[in-house]
Write a protein that binds this ligand. Structure first.
Ligand SMILES: [Zn+2]
Length: 115
């Protein structure tokens, strides 16, 4: 279960941001989680309170946005959703593709309370 590592990375990223910007309170963290990253958003949400409780994130809400896994077909340049089409180009049936998005799971936004 590599979600633990992802959540730790999220907490570290936000802590580094808070230290750099002299922020003491975080209201919300928005994470973009790609469909192709093999990270299960529900696991992130389950693990988050456990790992965040001793950090600056203890009172911050976690929001996970799922980013669709899109790829471009090498044969016909069709752009398609990899998961919905099981990795096969719906236009020409080719397996050859370049993945454009949805491979990563990263912090997208850090929301701090209004001063
Ligand atoms: Zn194609």
């Amino acid at each position: 279960m590599h979600e633990i590592g992802i959540v730790r990375q999220i907490v570290r990223t936000v802590q580094a941001f808070a230290e750099e910007n002299d922020v003491r309170d975080i209201r919300e963290v928005v994470v973009d989680c790609g469909e192709l990253s093999l990270v299960i958003p529900e696991y992130l949400e389950e693990l988050y309170p456990v790992i965040a409780k001793d950090s600056i994130l203890r009172d911050a809400k976690l929001t996970v946005h799922v980013v669709p896994g899109l790829a471009e077909c090498e044969e016909c340049d069709e752009i398609f959703n990899v998961v919905e089409n099981k990795g096969i180009c719906p236009n020409c049936g080719s397996f050859e593709k370049t993945v454009l998005s949805g491979k990563e799971c990263t912090v997208k936004e850090i929301v701090v309370p209004d001063q």
